[in-house]
Design a binder for this molecule. Structure first.
Ligand code: PGA
Length: 256
């Protein structure tokens, strides 16, 4: 059985003080509970060291929102995987739609980053998903296949244990609009089928596929309870401890 993963992507919110307060509130709400899955927070780089002091994996794990595709050196403004590892990071989000759109990141960069993440022994959360126009044109599956095919077969350490997928329909991110359970299950099952073609059935059965896009306490149970949805990548609702824990509660009761 796949353990769920509920991951909070704080984006460009929460400085060190606010980030520590939020983490402490989440820990407080989860105190004494034995969870069936994993909980992760992904603060901005600057906030990671402070949150790392209090998030010791019990039960909150620590992630980053990006990393450099280079090992080290003259790359002004970049942060390497080794630095993240030293700061206590266990997971790194790669290929978020906001980085695809605003930073124009490419498949080759995603491959380089994910390989570095795996080499360092960390885990990558690889995001993909179609934009509204593509869904309206009936091309959602074609786009998802393209995005998976552009990256997964090129990974050196194509190791199921180190890769989590996150399907995020771009039209649902931060919009309040969520994929219906039917839409989510359909495309998650399709994704698992593509992974099976590219990496084999064993990997496909093992790999966690998260849903992201306006996930809230009110819809988490239904979404994360779907057979091929193994957790959520949460933006806005991860910034309030009660909402984030509400989604974890939904995952707990929806876990199949
Ligand atoms: P949202 O963001 O939950 O605010 O829609 C999800 C994401 O971008 O990962």
């Amino acid at each position: 059985m796949r353990r769920y993963l509920v991951a909070g992507n704080w984006k460009m919110n929460m400085g060190p003080a606010a980030g520590c307060q939020l983490t402490a509130e989440v820990q407080d709400l989860l105190k004494g509970r034995a969870l069936k899955g994993d909980v992760l927070v992904c603060p901005p780089y600057l906030t990671i060291p402070a949150v790392s002091e209090i998030a010791k994996g019990e039960p909150v794990l620590l992630g980053a929102q990006n990393c450099s595709d280079q090992e080290k050196g003259a790359y002004t403004g970049q942060v390497s995987v080794d630095m993240l590892k030293e700061a206590g990071v266990q997971y790194v989000i790669i290929a978020h739609s906001e980085r695809r759109e605003y930073q124009k990141e490419t498949d080759d960069q995603f491959v380089a980053k994910i390989n570095r993440i795996h080499q360092a022994g960390l885990k990558a959360i690889f995001c993909f998903g179609e934009v509204l126009g593509e869904r309206k044109e009936g091309r959602a599956e074609e786009v998802v296949r393209q995005q998976l095919q552009g990256v997964l077969p090129k990974l050196e350490f194509a190791n199921a244990y180190n890769t989590v997928l996150a399907y995020e329909p771009v039209w649902a991110i931060g919009t309040g609009e969520t994929a219906t359970p039917e839409q989510a299950q359909e495309i998650h099952a399709f994704t698992r089928g593509v992974v099976s073609e590219l990496m084999g059935k064993e990997v496909a059965d093992f790999m966690r596929i998260l849903y992201g896009g306006s996930c809230k306490p009110g819809n988490a149970r239904e979404l994360i309870g779907l057979p091929d949805v193994d957790g959520g990548l949460i933006g806005g609702a991860a910034l309030k401890a009660e909402d984030f824990v509400g989604i974890i509660d939904g995952a707990e009761s929806g876990q199949n």
